[in-house]
Design a binder for this molecule. Sequence first.
Ligand code: FAD
Ligand code: PHB
Length: 390
Amino acid sequence: MRTQVGIVGGGPEGLLLARLLGRAGIECIALERRTPEYLRARIRAGLLEQGTVDILTQAGVGDRLARERLIHDGLEIAFDGKRHRIDLKALSGKVVTIYGQAEVQKDLMDAHDAMGTEIVYEADDVSLHGLTSDTPRLRYSKGGQTHEITCDFIAGCDGFHGVSRQAIPQDVVRIYERVYPFGWLGMLSDTTPVNHELIYTNHERGFALCTMRSLTRSRYYLQVSADEDVDDWSDDRFWTELRRRIPADAAAVLQTGPSLEKSVAPLRSFVAEPLRYGRLFLAGDSAHIVPPTGAKGLNLAVTDVRFLTEALVAFYKSGQSDLLDGYSDRCLARVWKAQRFSWWMTNLTHRFPEALPFERRAQGAELAYLVGSKAAQTALAENYVGLPLG
Ligand code: FAD
Ligand code: PHB
């Protein structure tokens, strides 16, 4: 088989790239190891920057998003039992959108079904070959048969645990990493959200986040230990713990109900540089991970895809390779700013088991400074809503 761009991974990012390339008349094939049913049900991100909404709209998958999204003008930070609102819109001129990653995934899959894109689900044993040649190849097996695709370029959109990054020789990739000593236990339930905006709470028992997917579906997260077993958390235990951590006036109106899903995610900051090796380009979680506190992961992944699309379109239209050559640096400039913000926001809102009394007091002072300073709130707001593309 032959294609122009071989894409590894059919998550939101692989499918968005396939969509943008397809609309620009560039052929591609995407290989995804999971089933469509699994992908449609996978619950992850919930908060989209305006730049992400814009590119999804440009990709022709913005209709349901425009109808169903919730727009948030602000968020709350809570500590010492008190709530403080940060007016994102007044401070930055921008708003954020609540729309689940599972919905973005479904919209992209439906658009590809209609457009007839070649997406191979349940592709096993995907491997990458000849990356420094002009004809890199993807090999995979399906239904007991091995297949090979010869490409001009390969896009590694296969997430943190994928094979693309691993295909780069270790001596040409530089890894930067910080693993946090805790994880997030997430729960989804068909209950009215406790507040109309998100509440990030710093509490002595650990961080808690109140977010949502719609006006009738809540999503809550609790800081737990990194090796926490989700089976140890009955719904009752979750609700009781959440009620203890969030401010009393929010706890008083918290609606509880059966969980639709519960899972634990570890927290990690990670960057693999550069994002290019020969004709392989990494994008999204395959090259970088942020802790979810700043809601940046999917948004960063989408920006990588935007830059990669621009570079590939320029190459196929005019033979220019300068955007391909600049791809990694262009992404990394933005990635590192989002890394810094996500790390800062995690440090601000979580309880670190190993923190010295000095560090804990400094964290308290940082929170007090934030809620008392318009300048500090503006810095949070402009990062949270998404920095300019640059
Ligand atoms: P993935 O979504 O991981 O997709 C990779 C795809 O590749 C998967 O479908 C996988 O099955 C496939 N794959 C893997 N290995 C192979 C292989 N060997 N062969 C073929 N296919 C393979 N981000 C935000 O922007 N906002 C938020 O509010 C937010 N909240 C989050 C909350 C939580 C609890 C978590 C865990 C994450 C959150 N994120 C958030 C991060 C966001 O979910 C990820 O950054 C995003 O999913 C990255 O997209 P991706 O396509 O790069 O990777
Ligand atoms: C979510 O809605 O899942 C979400 C929102 C904001 C975050 C992280 C997760 O910071």
